[in-house]
Structure formats: structure tokens, C-alpha cells
Write a protein that binds this ligand. Structure first.
Ligand code: ADP
Length: 492
């Protein structure tokens, strides 16, 4: 073959080539070798191989060199040996070396060394090792699962913790990106794919929570964190990451949101009560004040009789009793939800007790109360009893003159809720008052016509909401009223 080709191959080899004699004297080097060690072309010839070894390793190298010379054979020293060369400027360079024995024309044995600079490889490797160490540490600290995604080969590696988190047997996972995506909750799949892509494009590590249904059917929330490893051309080659079961944290977060909502509603309630205390409760107080000043006036000017004084005192007594009833009602409403713990409540038993309490009114008016077998639900017993009590009481109280009150209670299954109806054949309500009547002290009747406090429906609304439900009514004046309310079957 053309010797020019040999020469060219030698000169242009991207790997450095050094030929030395058995005394370690350099005989020939190519351009790449001079470049790796920071010398001018030809400058290395005549120097010793020892000059290319960091000073503190030279003794060790001498020993290895001798042992190679005594048992010469082709060998390569792998990247893992972390070999370093010594450059002209006294800096170190990471290299890999392959050795062989060759002969010159006169049969003299020479050593051929092929040297490759692997600085970038070593840097990447160190980076990987660092990431891997950090991950191992993190895994130990927080019981994380560790995974790696080899993009070129579409291969995902899971640590055994990941299998534990996903509740899968080792080897049952198909280990590809598609396989992983199929595990993600179907409503989160697009989001997971998108987040991964975005993170590659933006080169920002990703950190997401997605849902996962275990083989046993329970819902888990999993936090996935991942960072990408890029090659020298900026192409992503690998993603390394962790997965952590954050179901408990997520549950706590939902609970916290729930508390915040409850707190906000309590605040609103408090504001309402402040308004009530300053406005509505002032009314009976002003009433009492008015009666007292009238009485004083009478005492000063007209020397009222004993009967007249008793009349005034009776008015004050009635006004203060009403004030006391309102305050009691207000306090009872404030305490709703804190009286009883949640328990299984049989609505049939509950209604028997409630209706017993109305025996006097029922006997007087011959009223009828009908209801089919009712369900048992999980809720606050005292409050549920008050709910039925208030609605039945109104059905009896707001009846039409000369008409026997008939109250029909019914219940329908609505999935997670029960829908109850309490229907009467009473005087009815103009629907314009739909919202107003669920507010504190709002009434449509003068106290002298029909007694009441305007607290009953407020309590009903609060109780229903404490059972995750809603309350409303349909009515027309003169045509009776139907109250509807829903109660969650299983309140916690
Ligand atoms: P109270 O009965 O003490 O006035 P509620 O809060 O129970 O207080 O009711 C508020 C108002 O709603 C009542 O004053 C009444 O005007 C009207 N109302 C409630 N229930 C009925 C009903 N079943 N039929 C007619 N009107 C009703």
C-alpha cells in the first residue's frame, strides 16, 4: 500500500500516537499527541515518557513500564483507571491509553502508545457520579425512589423503592416511556408529557405532582423530580430523577384548604353577628328603654296607679323575655356543629322523637305528618333533629285557617347525597322572599299575628351546609310550601 496513506493516518489520527524505545525515550509522536501534552510538533522527540507523567506518579510509572517491557502484549487501560498525563505547562490532562509492541525495520522492539484525551468524558462522569451520590443521599433521607431514563434507548431504570411506591412487582414495569405514561392517571397524562417536554426545552429541572391508581385501586399523589444530562452538542441524553409518595401531604393540603374555607365562613358569620348585635338586637333594647322613659314620665307627672305600673312592668318583662329568646337563639345557632360528634343517624328514629315534641299542636289541629321509611346517614344528630323540628314547626305554624295541616316528608337517593322534601299545605310564601328568609331575624309576619324569632330557617341553612348540602323552597302564596334540602350521606 501507498506509504503516504500510512503517514497520513499517523499524522491525522485524532488520537495521539507516541512511539518510544524500551528505555522510555520518545522516538516519534504525531500532531494529536503533541497537542494533548501541550508541546509543539516534534518537540517531544528525544524526551522521556517520564516527562509526560505527573512528577508524584513517576516512580509508580517506572515500575509499570518495566513490567510492560518484561511481558509486552497489547493492552488498553480503561477510562475507569483515571489516568492523567502531565502537560508542558505542568497542568494535568485526563487520558486513556492503549499499548502495543511494534518492531522497526531492523527488528528492534518499540512501544506504541495510543492516547486519547478524555477530559470531557471524565467531567461528565464526575457530574453523573455527583448527581448519583446526591440522589442516593436524598433517597436515604426521604425514602425516595430513584429512576433514570436513557433517552436514546428508550429505557427506564427504576430503583426498588420506585417499585414499592408504584406497588408493582420488580420486572412487571415495561421500562419504556410509553410504559411509564400508561401508569400515570389518565387525566394527568397530557400534563406529565407536556411538563417533561417543556423541561427539556427550557433546560429547567422539572418538579410535578401527578395522580396514580395502584393495582389495588387506591389513589396516590406522586411527586416526580427530574434533571437532564446533555451531551457536548446540547442534546439531552438522559434524565435522572426521583419519585416520592406525597399522598399524605396532598391530603393534608386539601384538609387545610377545607379549614381555610371553614374559617372564612366563620369570619363571615361573625361579621353577620356583629351586624345583628348592633342592629337587630338594638330593637328590643330600644323598646325597653322607651317603655322605661314612658313609665318615668308617668311617675313624674301623673302618679300612675298600681295596675298601671304593673302594666308597664309587664311590657318590660315581655320585651326583655323576647330579647333573651333572641340572644339564646343566636347563641344556639353559633354553637351548631359543636354540640354533638358525627354519628350514624337513623332519620326514622329521629323523626319519631321530633314529632313526639309536637304532640300538643298536632292534637289541637288534627295535623297529619306522613313520611316513608327514611335512610340512615352519617351526621350531627342534635342538629339534624333541629332541622326537621324547625321545618315541621313552620309547617304547623304557618297553616291556613280552617284547614287541617298536612305535612309530607319524603327522601330521594341522589348518589352521594339524600334529597329531602318537607311539604305543607299552609299559607305559602311569596318567592320574592326566597333569599331573605334564610337570614337572621327576617320574618314576614308581625309578632302579634304569628309569633316567631326569624332564627329557624337560618339554623336550617347552617345545619344543611354543615352536612355539605343546600336548602331552598318552592312556594306560592296560599298554595303551601315545599322545602328541599340535600344532605351528604357520609359526612366526616
Ligand atoms: P320564624 O318562624 O321564627 O319566624 P323562621 O326562620 O323559621 O322564623 O322563618 C322565617 C319566616 O319564613 C317566617 O317568619 C315565615 O314568614 C316564613 N316561613 C317559614 N316557613 C314557612 C312555611 N312553611 N310557610 C309559610 N311561611 C314560612
Amino acid at each position: 500500500m501507498d506509504s503516504k496513506i500510512y503517514l497520513n493516518a499517523f499524522e491525522r489520527s485524532p488520537d495521539g500516537i507516541i512511539i518510544c524505545d524500551l528505555d522510555a525515550k520518545i522516538i516519534l509522536t504525531n500532531k494529536a499527541a503533541s497537542h494533548i501534552f501541550g508541546y509543539e510538533v516534534g518537540e517531544l522527540e528525544g524526551k522521556s515518557i517520564q516527562d509526560l507523567i505527573p512528577p508524584h506518579l513517576r516512580d509508580k510509572h517506572k515500575f509499570h513500564f518495566r513490567s510492560f517491557v518484561s511481558h509486552p502484549s497489547a493492552r488498553s487501560m480503561s477510562n475507569n483507571m483515571k489516568l492523567v498525563g502531565y502537560r508542558k505547562d505542568a497542568s494535568n490532562v485526563s487520558i486513556s491509553i492503549a499499548l502495543n509492541i511494534i518492531q522497526n525495520d531492523s527488528g528492534e522492539e518499540l512501544i506504541l502508545a495510543v492516547i486519547r484525551e478524555i477530559t470531557e468524558f471524565v467531567r461528565k462522569n464526575e457530574e453523573l457520579e455527583k448527581v448519583s451520590d446526591q440522589l442516593k443521599e436524598a433517597l436515604q433521607l426521604s425514602r425516595l425512589g430513584h429512576w433514570e431514563f436513557d433517552i436514546a434507548n428508550d429505557k427506564i431504570l427504576w430503583s426498588h423503592e420506585v417499585y414499592e411506591i408504584f406497588e408493582l412487582e420488580q420486572g412487571t414495569f415495561s421500562s419504556t416511556m410509553d410504559g411509564f405514561e400508561m401508569l400515570v392517571h389518565e387525566e394527568d397524562r397530557e400534563f406529565v408529557k407536556q411538563s417533561y417536554q417543556n423541561s427539556i426545552t427550557s433546560q429547567i429541572p422539572y418538579n410535578i405532582v401527578h395522580r396514580y391508581i395502584t393495582p389495588k385501586g387506591s389513589l396516590k399523589f406522586l411527586r416526580e423530580r427530574g434533571r437532564h444530562i446533555y451531551d457536548s452538542e446540547g442534546l439531552v441524553v438522559k434524565t435522572v430523577g426521583t419519585v416520592q409518595d406525597v399522598t399524605e401531604v396532598q391530603k393534608q393540603r386539601l384538609l387545610l384548604n377545607d379549614y381555610i374555607l371553614k374559617l372564612e365562613s366563620k369570619n363571615k358569620e361573625l361579621e353577620d353577628y356583629t351586624h345583628i348585635a348592633t342592629h337587630d338586637l338594638q330593637e328590643p333594647v330600644n323598646n325597653i328603654r322607651g317603655i322605661i322613659s314612658l313609665m318615668i314620665e308617668e311617675l313624674d307627672n301623673n302618679s300612675p296607679t298600681r295596675e298601671e305600673i304593673i302594666y308597664f312592668i309587664d311590657l318590660i318583662k315581655k320585651a326583655s323575655e323576647r330579647l333573651s329568646t333572641l340572644i339564646k337563639g343566636l347563641m344556639e345557632t353559633a354553637r351548631l356543629g359543636q354540640i354533638d360528634p358525627i354519628s350514624e343517624v337513623d332519620c326514622n328514629e329521629l323523626l319519631v322523637e321530633v314529632i313526639e315534641g309536637f304532640q300538643f299542636q298536632i292534637n289541637n289541629s288534627s295535623a297529619k305528618i306522613n313520611y316513608p321509611p327514611l335512610p340512615t346517614l352519617k351526621g350531627y344528630r342534635f342538629e339534624l333533629s333541629l332541622l326537621f323540628q324547625n321545618l315541621i314547626s313552620n309547617g304547623l305554624k304557618y297553616s291556613k285557617k280552617g284547614v287541617v295541616p298536612v305535612i309530607k316528608i319524603d327522601c330521594h337517593n341522589q348518589g352521594a347525597d339524600w334529597l329531602f322534601t318537607v311539604e305543607d299545605n299552609g299559607i305559602g310564601i311569596d318567592p320574592v322572599h326566597k333569599d331573605k328568609l334564610f337570614k337572621m331575624f327576617r320574618r314576614l309576619h308581625a309578632q302579634d299575628d304569628i309569633e316567631g324569632t326569624g332564627i329557624g330557617l337560618v339554623q336550617c341553612k347552617k345545619i344543611v351546609e354543615q352536612h355539605n348540602g343546600a336548602i331552598w323552597f318552592e312556594s306560592e302564596p296560599g298554595k303551601g310550601t315545599v322545602f328541599y334540602f340535600t344532605l351528604r350521606k357520609n359526612n366526616n
